[in-house]
Write a protein that binds this ligand. Sequence first.
Ligand code: HPA
Length: 276
Amino acid sequence: MGEPTLKEKLEQAKAALEQRTDGFAPEVAIVLGSGLGPLAERIEEPIFVPFGEVPHMRTSTATSHVGRFVFGCLGGKRVVCMQGRLHGYEGYAPQEVAYPIWLMHGLGADALITTNAAGGINERYRVGDFCIMSDQINFTGRNPIVGQEPNEVAFRFFSMYECFDPGLRCVARTVAHEKGISFQEGVYLGLLGPSFETAAEIRAFRMWGADTVAMSVCEEVIAARHVGMRVLGISLVTNMACGVDGANPADDDVLAVAAERSTDFCRLIEGVVTAI
Ligand code: HPA
């Protein structure tokens, strides 16, 4: 018996999680980015499963990423939440980053809400703004569908047109309006990292039409679209990107801003989960 295939690994992980959660079938999957973990504390009757205990899955090494699944109820829906995520810059292969997305889909989730902390490229944006992703530019140089095995999970050639679901974006806008939470809507550009960008890179990205930048999300969105999930992406602008108004961002800005905006972030996501 050789190494299991990706499909077999996902089946083993699914069986293990179903046993651990008594057959819990989530409707919505949520990925919580840097500093955005507190939403997981609002999940009712939570069941925690550390990533390291899931067959064939890697664990989070990034600061502020707890690194566990939280299964339970939020806003009246069954959710599975990743409190922390896996990033390419941690040294993980694209398929390792995508693995939990495929897994959450396999457990039953047909919608993905992915969130992150991001730098603002658009000069009209302000620190503390939420930004609903309207589209993405995958500038990581990587794609999780490369290779034979993802093609056994689902067909490898699929459209990325409207990769962020227009219906879910509409729900997010409506909920934000109802709750008096202001937001932007723009194009997200994802990089491998872990170094921050140069000012020249940020100027180039602006010319391409990018409004925000960070080191996650793109590979997750590709994996989710690969298996037909509806996707919503929401960034919190924790800093202006390098060189915007003389900004010289570093990691410390991220957590302080996320902590300040945590209440509105939880209200927004919980409202969206209820409404979808
Ligand atoms: N650049 C890259 N990643 C980020 C940033 C940024 O400015 N802010 C938060 N994550």
